[in-house]
Design a protein around this ligand. Structure first.
Ligand code: C2E
Ligand code: MG
Ligand code: MG
Ligand code: MG
Length: 273
């Protein structure tokens, strides 16, 4: 009896592994066609000034409309693309599409705001990244001050000097730089020491904790103070309810983003007022 039970678990386990492995394989394979087949799409989520309630920026968040698997979230394919190198081509597409869209919004006469684009450190390390950014801004006729790059860390870095050089050049052009998911993963205090960021985005796990316990509140407040004492702006990610918003507002957090304001939405669904 026990033997059979064990065997079933084993089978189940290998089945799961097989499924997972083939899913990853097909992602990498299918991703090659995703751009030319027009399967990638950017959703946008507003980032709001907590003092004035004004729209400060739209964060571009990639989605993949896969012909068989349906809508695939970035967490399922960005890590694969980083591993395979496909992130370079995808990242260029994201940058171009986001800049073009922001230019369109500006031309439509609404009050201008920035567009925030996520870039992985793999992209920052690529020799041609700065050129791609400059060329894209020129082609799309978007001024650098309307572009914000959110740096997300997913791999351990060994090339601090190279990344720092890239960031300084981007900043010199007039682009603003944010450190994403601050406080989690590989992002740490040493990033604030090493790199010239303008803005800290507090990871939403801390915002989640605001209502849960006193430590959640304390950590959030400490990060806000830290940012301000370093002359940086601070954004709270993942605001889901009014009490979180009230706390962040009272603690002088500069900007906020989250389902409480808006979910990320496709361009044609977004409304401006
Ligand atoms: P991120 O840059 O930290 O983006 C915020 C994520 O939190 C988004 O998930 C967003 O949909 C989600 N979110 C926003 N507000 C709330 C909220 O109130 N509650 C909850 N539970 N979630 C909220 P998404 O779109 O699935 O993206 C996940 C991550 O994938 C992003 O995290 C970013 O690191 C990465 N990513 C997305 N688009 C791109 C891209 O174009 N390039 C690169 N390199 N990475 C991307
Ligand atoms: Mg981001
Ligand atoms: Mg984040
Ligand atoms: Mg992230």
């Amino acid at each position: 009896h026990t033997k059979k039970f064990k065997k079933n678990i084993y089978t189940l386990y290998t089945d799961e592994l097989d499924t997972k492995a083939s899913y990853i394989f097909s992602i990498e394979h299918d991703l090659n066609l995703a751009i030319e087949n027009n399967e990638l799409e950017l959703y946008y989520q507003p980032i709001i000034d907590l003092k004035t309630n004004q729209l400060k920026a739209m964060e571009a968040l990639i989605r993949w409309n896969h012909p068989e698997h349906g809508l695939i979230p970035p967490s399922d394919f960005i890590p694969v693309a980083e591993e395979s190198g496909q992130i370079i081509e995808i990242g260029s597409w994201v940058l171009k599409t986001a800049c073009r869209q922001n230019k369109k919004w500006q031309d439509s006469g609404i009050l201008p705001f920035k567009v925030a684009v996520n870039v992985s450190t793999k992209q920052l390390q690529h020799y041609n990244f700065i050129n791609t950014v400059i060329k894209t801004l020129e082609e799309e006729q978007l001024e650098p001050k309307w572009l914000e790059l959110e740096v997300t860390e997913s791999i351990l870095l060994d090339d601090v000097a190279l990344i720092k050089g890239s960031l300084l050049k981007l900043k010199g052009i007039g682009i603003s730089l944010s450190i994403d998911d601050f406080g989690t993963g590989y992002t740490s205090l040493s990033y604030l020491r090493e790199y010239p960021f303008d803005k800290i985005k507090i990871d939403r796990s801390f915002i989640d904790d605001i209502n849960r316990d006193l430590n959640g509140k304390r950590i959030t407040s400490a990060v806000i103070s830290l940012a301000h004492s370093l002359n940086m702006n601070v954004v709270a990610e993942g605001i889901e309810n009014e009490s979180q918003l009230k706390y962040l507002h009272d603690e002088c957090c500069d900007e906020g983003q989250g389902y409480f304001f808006n979910r990320p939405l496709p361009v044609d669904i977004l409304k401006f007022n």
